[in-house]
Design a protein around this ligand. Structure first.
Ligand code: GN1
Ligand code: MG
Length: 398
């Protein structure tokens, strides 16, 4: 992640003219890239053209940059290039975010679960023409978001107190949207979290591009084959009318939760691209599979990956301090299976993408999606081993 500001970048361009050709070209490309990014940033704030820009965060889908205008020329903001290979209809993403913001603005504040606490929302910034995105000449789709200062994210949860805050954040998010009619939301990513569809896709891909014979690929193939029966649990429950659709976040992994830099309290949820009508269990499952794996998603030591039920209990406690009011008996029934399912589903998604040649999740090296698949499948195995503990925790919390 290189920090390049406009002036230093231009200076580097002059210096680079005296460099040998093989050293000169990457630098020139970087400068052009910085110029391009500052030009896009300036669509949202004219003075940003003279500012600094650097890559920010570590999302697997979109590209995110932090734009810092020169002192006295405006607030820092995030500039994001939406991945239109994943979100084929980016206008839908922006429409959903608008519906959510409108809903939050007209909601009576005195009922908010965050009363007396800091709670922040990643507002969308408009272009000079009043649009919520900028379509660049090369077809890339850009948007800008308010940067929430005095905050931090974590890639793995430290202890039960932090886990309780994670649960509080998701519960608050669900609670704030619980009275938003799902008819006001569109589906930004058809098939997202529909586990049987991911399995069908995997079957199709693994027939046309079979896995190799390495130990890791063989392990994934066998593990998936042995646990196919885990897959339909939530879609079956939905079809039987046991679980209902409601507004969900879609991607509540731990590094999409903001913490106050000083107090450590959770203060908001970011990455609103996948808000859509869905099952709360997708979100809770995703939140637990992500926050109760102390080694994090990118660990190379997949054999050691463990689900930590103590953290799981704390996340659920935090969630229920806010969400108990709209959580019914069936919601509790499906919690343990949903945590195992979402870990397995994500493992399946990473492994399929590995077989397809890394077309969906961003990678910095070949083999990274295989490594990620191993972590999630191994986590699903650990959740399965602790399923009785998880069931007991859920029973206690009912
Ligand atoms: C992707 O963009 P990011 O990193 O927040 C993915 C999630 C996965 C996650 C795993 C739209 O999220 O579903 O759980 O990677 N988002 C999409 O790290 O597919
Ligand atoms: Mg995301």
């Amino acid at each position: 992640m290189g920090y390049v500001d406009g002036i230093a970048g231009r200076l580097a361009a002059c210096v680079s003219s005296s460099l040998p050709r093989h050293l000169k070209e990457p630098m020139t490309a970087q400068v052009q890239q910085t110029e391009f990014l500052l030009d896009v940033a300036a669509r949202f704030l004219a003075s940003a053209r003279e500012g600094a820009i650097r890559e920010y965060g570590n999302g697997n889908i979109n590209k995110t940059f932090l734009v810092t205008p020169k002192a006295g020329h405006g607030e820092p903001f995030l500039l994001q290039q939406l991945n239109t290979r994943v979100f084929e209809q980016p206008d839908r993403v922006m429409r959903n975010i608008r519906s959510v913001m409108r809903h939050l603005e007209r909601r009576p504040l005195h009922t908010a679960p965050t009363l007396g606490r800091r709670w922040e929302v990643p507002h969308v910034l408009l272009t000079e023409e009043g649009r919520d995105h900028w379509l660049a000449g090369d077809g890339s789709y850009w948007r800008a978001l308010r940067f929430i200062g005095q905050s931090q994210t974590v890639d793995a949860v430290r202890d039960p107190d932090q886990a309780r805050e994670v649960g509080f954040a998701l519960g608050t998010f669900h609670s704030l949207l619980s009275d938003l009619p799902i008819s006001e939301l569109t589906d930004t990513l058809p098939g997202f979290h529909i586990a049987p569809a991911y399995l069908a896709r995997y079957d199709q891909v693994s027939r046309s591009t079979p896995a190799g014979s390495s130990t890791e690929e063989t392990w994934c193939t066998r593990f998936i084959a042995e646990h196919r029966d885990w897959v339909p649990v939530l879609e079956d429950a939905r079809e039987r009318g046991l679980l209902r659709l409601r507004p969900i976040h879609g991607d509540p992994k731990v590094n999409n939760i903001l913490f106050d830099a000083a107090t450590g309290q959770a203060i908001g949820m970011v990455d609103l691209d996948t808000i859509k009508p869905g099952l709360a269990q997708y979100d809770i499952g995703d939140c637990l599979r992500s926050s109760c794996n102390p080694d994090g998603e990118e660990t190379g030591r997949w054999q050691d990956v463990r689900f930590d039920p103590v953290l799981g209990k704390a996340v659920l406690e935090g969630y229920l301090t806010v969400a108990r009011g709209f959580f019914d008996a069936a919601d509790f029934d499906f919690l343990p299976a949903s945590v195992r399912l979402i870990a397995f589903e994500l493992g399946l998604r990473f492994f399929t993408d590995h077989l397809e040649g890394d077309v969906y999740f961003k990678v910095t090296r070949r083999g990274q999606n295989l490594a990620r698949a191993l972590v999630q499948l191994s986590l699903a195995r650990s959740i399965d081993d602790r399923l009785d503990d998880l069931r007991a925790i859920v029973e206690d919390l009912r």
